[in-house]
Design a protein around this ligand. Structure first.
Ligand code: GAP
Length: 518
């Protein structure tokens, strides 16, 4: 039995190591690094682009290929400017910002308050965890929360702040938001001071000019979400695809937001990618579908095997201007639980608004009800870059091996691994490279493979571990005699001898959609 030990890294150390590993091994580079980079913009390197493509494809196949009633589109980033007036983004896509006068640092006022509340809740969680340990099986969490004075105080305090904050946002009362920050005695993490400016709203859309001359040019926006490209094409797709409600339209693509505070690596970027699906339903049936998609999307995340305890739902306190119900699927990133995906019941807000602004009817004739209506919409929206970070930070492991050496391994789910198999001749002579290339030339039609003949075999294994390749196939002299190879499994490091003829099925089984989704 293996006695290899995985090093336990604290959140901050893990995050730091993931970032530097991502750069060192061609996953993620700062954008335009030779000019010292551009804040909150990143480039995906040779392996990063593959991992990202595989996540996107896994999402696309799960949503489009696996659902008869969902189709995918690819709409333009630029859209008619009225789109954003209708969607409410011109008037309401704002974040409340606040500056600290001493450090000159800018913050999102809502984030300052939410972080403060999270700290209070973390204290309650700590007490609850201690009690659970103390009482064991007999522990009743709800009773404990209701009766333990200290925990109750924490929970009541958090609730009180949340309610006050929610009311302030609903009233758009920015003076009250500032007052909350002052009352909670929140300090700037950089200067440590409470010397704050007033809170003001900041629109997150990037704008540019379309047209060759300044006079003839008009202001257009870089889309802040891909969803609007789906709404404006609702009728095109419904009619040409003869879609019957309920049905969905999916798309993946870039979105842009001038985030006030962009930090935490690729978690919050100014240019990022979304994978969104709008599901059009009968009015009145939206809550059933909302619950359906909550469950379906959680199952999709769990299918990747990153760990059940890494996910949780978080209901939105403040609903976006278009929603009547909304929640996040949160993931435990190295810096704590944060939003990975949003699931929103968007009512008929968007289609109705586009009807009003365009003067075109965006309705569906329901043959079963014999009536026309504007469908309601349930949306699932996940950030591709956040999925990337979730996968990468869960996969990253530092291990102490029983022979005294150590390795860094990216234990990706095989279906997402950038390189599925590395084919390696044991030596560079005696016809082994030719045989290895023959195997590679056969496998490469189905799988992204790599040929590697440089350095000792152990070093080559480490290199493949570090980029997350699930299978290493070694060709030796015996291969030439009996057409067998050694296959080495990344996670267990177990090696076994198998016939070349079996390789294709073995890899295909490990990376199959069927295995994960059925
Ligand atoms: N169409 C709905 C919508 O855009 P959202 O909650 O604003 O909803 C959806 O964004 C998802 O997009 C988020 O859950 C997150 O994964 C991702 N996302 C949003 N802003 C992002 C940013 N600045 N950087 C990276 N990903 C982001």
């Amino acid at each position: 039995m293996s006695t290899n030990v995985t090093k336990t890294l604290s959140g901050e150390d893990l995050f730091k190591n993931v970032i530097s590993h991502a750069k060192e091994y061609g996953y993620i580079f700062p954008s335009s690094e030779i000019y010292d980079g551009l804040s909150a913009v990143y480039d995906y390197g040779q392996y990063g682009a593959e991992l990202k493509k595989n996540i996107r494809e896994y999402w696309w196949k799960s949503m489009v290929q696996m659902h008869e009633n969902i189709v995918g589109i690819d709409s333009a980033i630029f859209m008619h400017p009225t789109t954003w007036k209708a969607s409410g983004h011109v008037d309401a896509f704002n974040d409340p910002l606040i500056d600290n006068k001493d450090s000159k640092k800018r913050y999102r006022a809502d984030v300052l308050i939410e972080d403060h509340v999270s700290k209070i809740l973390a204290k309650a969680d700590k007490e609850i965890a201690k009690a659970r340990e103390r009482f064991g099986e007999a522990f009743d969490e709800n009773q404990y929360k209701a009766t333990n004075a200290r925990v109750k105080e924490y929970l009541d305090k958090a609730e009180e702040i949340n309610t006050r904050f929610k009311n302030a946002l609903e009233e758009n009362d920015l003076a009250e938001v500032k007052q909350i920050i002052e009352d909670l005695e929140i300090v700037c993490p950089v200067s440590g001071s409470k010397n704050w400016t007033d809170v003001r709203q900041f629109n997150l859309m990037f704008s540019t000019e379309m047209g060759s001359t300044a006079e003839g040019a008009s202001t257009i926006y870089l889309r802040p979400e891909t969803a609007q490209g789906i709404f404006v094409n609702f009728l095109n797709v419904q009619k040409t695809g003869r879609m019957k409600i309920p049905f969905g339209i999916a798309q993946t693509g870039k979105a842009f937001r001038n985030e006030i505070v962009a930090r935490q690596f690729i978690f919050r970027m100014r240019e990022f990618e979304q994978m969104e699906m709008q599901f059009f339903v009968r009015p009145g049936e939206e809550m059933t579908w909302y619950n359906h998609w909550k469950e379906t999307r959680m199952k999709w995340h769990l299918s990747l095997g990153l760990g059940k305890t890494k996910y949780r739902f978080h209901d939105h306190l403040k609903l976006a201007h278009y929603a009547n119900a909304a929640c996040d699927i949160e993931f435990e990133f190295p810096f704590g639980f944060k939003e990975l995906e949003g699931i929103h019941s968007r009512t008929d807000f968007d289609l109705k608004a586009h009807e009003q602004h365009s003067g075109k009817k965006l309705q569906y004739f329901d043959p079963e009800l014999n009536q026309s209506y504007v469908p309601y919409v349930v949306e699932t929206s996940v950030g591709l870059d956040r999925m990337f970070l979730a996968v990468m930070s869960s996969a990253y492991k530092e291990e102490q091996l029983e022979d005294g050496s150590s390795r860094v391994v990216l234990s990706f789910p095989p279906i997402l691994a950038p390189i599925k198999a590395a084919v390696m001749p044991l030596t560079k002579k005696d016809g082994l490279p030719e045989k290895a290339r023959e195997i590679l030339d056969n496998l490469k039609f189905e799988f992204n493979c790599q040929y590697d003949e440089k350095d000792a075999i152990g070093k080559r294994y480490r290199r493949q571990d570090a980029i997350g390749t699930p299978f290493c196939i070694t060709v030796d002299h015996q291969t030439l005699e009996d057409n067998t190879v050694t296959i080495r499994y990344r996670d267990t490091m177990i090696q076994e001898r198998i016939a070349i003829a079996l390789l294709r099925d073995l890899i295909a089984n490990e990376v199959s959609l069927r295995k994960l989704l059925s």
